[in-house]
Design a protein around this ligand. Structure first.
Ligand code: AMP
Length: 176
């Protein structure tokens, strides 16, 4: 069986009203559990970034760790976690961001990147763009200038892409 982008889209499960009413939750675990689909996803994203000299992949907790760490291996890059507050044990930079109700924060170790790094930030899904904006701001704190952003899934109707810094190339494998 040759895997297509349509197969990948069909393998993502939609869960209505999770974790709260009105949210159409995209469950990527049903795509990742299929070995041919998982391999296709990794190889498609890898081929998009392999000639860019990526030195570090930054993955966002927690679903961004799954493909993020695999991509780091494939791209011969290091992996750096961005985590929720209080999870990283050493000195961190923090960046808060607004949610629908209230705010949240993300953290990164202060010794995890250098300004010469070429960074690919990966998360599983782009919705409103609040999370990725915070992650881009964290990476900028190191003086990094070469930043790319990748998602497995992008929810086009939420227009999260419009909130991301225009100097940062954004690419997603599948769109709904
Ligand atoms: P946002 O900051 O609104 O772009 O939300 C992106 C983050 O929230 C990602 O880390 C996603 O894992 C998660 N997320 C937001 N909306 C959904 C959704 N409909 N399905 C699955 N994950 C979502």
């Amino acid at each position: 069986m040759t895997v297509t982008i349509a197969d990948v889209k069909n393998s993502v499960r939609n869960i209505p009203d999770f974790p709260k009413e009105g949210i159409q939750f995209k469950d990527v675990s049903t795509a990742f559990k299929e070995k041919k689909i998982f391999k296709f996803i990794v190889s498609e994203i890898k081929s998009h970034y392999e000639d860019l000299g990526i030195t570090k992949v930054v993955g966002i907790e927690s679903r961004g760790f799954i493909l993020g760490s695999t991509l780091a291996g494939e791209l011969h890059a290091g992996f750096v976690p961005v985590r929720k507050p209080g999870k990283l044990p050493a000195e961190t930079f923090a960046q808060s961001y607004d949610l629908e109700y209230g705010s949240d924060s993300l953290e990164i170790h202060t010794d995890s990147l250098d300004k010469e790094d070429v960074v690919l930030i990966h998360d599983d899904l782009l919705a409103t763009g609040g999370t990725i904006n915070a992650a881009v701001n964290l990476v900028r704190k190191f003086g990094v200038t070469k930043i790319y952003v990748n998602f497995f899934v992008e929810l086009d109707f939420l227009k999260g892409r419009e909130r991301i810094d225009k100097n940062v190339p954004v690419w997603s494998l599948i769109h709904y």
